[in-house]
Design a protein around this ligand. Structure first.
Ligand code: 13P
Ligand code: SF4
Length: 353
C-alpha cells in the first residue's frame, strides 16, 4: 500500500485522519485468482464475510457470492449470531469487528486491517467520556455504535443510525434525560425529530462533515427533479435539504422505491455500488464536498473503510492474524446496551409486522 500525503490533524478531538489507501490495480486475471483463493480459504477456515456498504465493490460481491452479508451496521451486528461459521471476517471498521466479538464471544473475528478505525470512535476516548458521564449521573447514556468497546461498556444503550430515532423517542417518552455521544450532527437531528432532552459529546464524522450546503443548493437547482438522500452524520444545513434522511440501508431503499429518476446522495461513495446494482436505470449524483483544503483528504470516501481490499482480505485468511480480542470484563458490560438495542429492534419489527 502506498501512502501519498501526510496525516491531517483535525481540531475537534485531535483525530488523526490517514490518507486514503491507494491499492495497486489488479487486472481481471489477477482479481479472479485472488477471489478464487479467498473463496477456497473461506471454506477451509469455516469463515464467512460480513461487509459494510462503504467497502470496495469487489468485497461486497464476494461477501454475497459466498453466503456472507453486505449491510448497514445494525444488520452487520445481527448477522453473526445466525451463522454456523466459527470465524467471521469483518470488512468494515474496527467498531464493527468489536461489536461482532462482543455479541459472538465464542467465534473468532478477523479483520483485513485492525487500523481501520473511525473518526467518531477516535474522537471519543473512554476515560474522558466516562468522566463526562460521571458529571451527569441523572442522565441515560446513549452511544452510537461507532465507538470503542470501552465506551459501549459505559453506556446504557447503543444505537445505530437505523434505530436511533425510535430508541430516543422511547426514552424521551419515559421522561429520561440523555447523554448522546459521539456524533453531534446525528444527535442534533435526533433531538430535533424527538424533542428529547439531550447533552452532546463534540464528535463528528470527517467524511460526512465535508458535505456542503450552499453547493448542494446549487446542484439541486441544476437537477430540480432529483431527490436528495442524506445520511444523518451530515451537517444540519445539509440534512435540512433532504427528502430522505436515514441509515445506509434506508438510503438504498429510497433509490429503489422512489419514483424519481435522479438522486443526489450525501454519504460515502461506496454506497453507489449497491445502489447501481439494485437500480441500474436511476441516475446517481454525488453531493458536493469541500474538495481541496478539506480536513478529510478523501472526501466522500472513508479512509478507514478504504483499508479493506481483496489483497489484505486474502492475507488475513492465509495467515489467520488480525484477530479482534476484547477484555472479558469490558465485554460483559458492553454486551448489555448492544443487546438492549437488538431486543428493541426486534420488538419494533414485531409491532410493524
Ligand atoms: P450505517 O449504520 O447507516 O450503515 O452507518 C455506519 C457508518 O459508519 C456511517 O458513516
Ligand atoms: Fe466513521 Fe465516518 Fe468512516 Fe462511517 S464514514 S466509519 S462514521 S469515519
Amino acid at each position: 500500500m502506498t501512502q501519498t500525503t501526510t496525516p491531517i490533524v483535525i481540531r475537534q478531538h485531535a483525530v488523526v485522519v490517514p490518507p486514503h489507501p491507494r491499492w495497486p490495480t489488479l487486472n481481471a486475471d489477477e482479481k479472479q485468482a485472488i477471489k478464487a483463493r479467498i473463496k477456497s480459504l473461506l471454506k477451509a477456515r469455516n469463515a464467512v464475510l460480513v461487509a459494510h456498504y462503504y467497502t470496495d465493490g469487489d468485497l461486497q460481491e464476494l461477501a454475497e457470492e459466498t453466503g456472507g452479508c453486505v449491510s448497514d451496521s445494525l444488520e452487520m451486528a445481527r448477522f453473526g449470531a445466525r451463522q454456523e461459521a466459527t470465524t467471521l471476517v469483518v470488512c468494515g471498521v474496527r467498531f464493527m469487528g468489536e461489536t461482532a466479538k462482543i455479541l459472538n464471544p465464542e467465534k473468532r473475528i478477523l479483520m483485513p486491517d485492525l487500523n481501520a478505525t473511525c473518526s467518531l470512535d477516535e474522537g471519543c476516548p473512554a476515560d474522558e467520556f466516562s468522566a463526562f458521564c460521571d458529571q451527569h449521573p441523572d442522565h441515560t447514556v446513549v452511544v452510537y455504535a461507532n465507538t470503542s468497546a470501552k465506551v459501549k461498556a459505559r453506556s446504557d444503550w447503543v444505537v445505530t443510525s437505523g434505530i436511533a430515532l425510535p430508541i430516543i423517542r422511547h426514552l424521551a417518552a419515559r421522561g429520561e434525560k440523555i447523554i448522546w455521544a459521539p456524533d453531534k450532527h446525528l444527535g442534533h437531528y435526533v433531538q430535533k425529530m424527538t424533542g428529547a432532552d439531550m447533552l452532546f459529546w463534540n464528535g463528528a464524522c470527517v467524511v460526512h462533515e465535508e458535505f456542503k450546503s450552499v453547493a448542494l443548493e446549487r446542484i439541486r437547482r441544476l437537477h430540480p427533479d432529483a431527490a436528495v438522500l442524506v445520511h444523518p452524520e451530515s451537517p444540519e444545513a445539509v440534512i435540512a435539504q433532504a427528502d430522505v434522511v436515514g441509515s445506509t440501508t434506508a438510503l438504498i431503499k429510497a433509490v429503489v422505491e422512489m419514483d424519481n429518476r435522479e438522486f443526489i446522495v450525501a454519504t460515502d461513495g461506496g454506497i453507489f455500488h449497491k445502489m447501481r446494482q439494485l437500480a441500474p436505470d436511476k441516475q446517481l449524483i454525488e453531493a458536493p464536498t469541500a474538495g481541496e483544503g478539506a480536513t478529510c483528504e478523501s472526501c466522500a470516501h472513508c479512509p478507514w473503510m478504504g483499508m479493506n481490499a481483496l489483497q489484505n482480505l486474502l492475507q488475513v485468511l492465509e495467515h489467520e492474524n488480525n484477530e479482534i480480542l476484547i477484555d472479558p470484563d469490558i465485554r460483559e458490560q458492553a454486551v448489555k446496551p448492544i443487546q438492549r438495542m437488538l431486543d428493541f429492534a426486534r420488538s419494533q419489527e414485531k409491532q410493524e409486522a
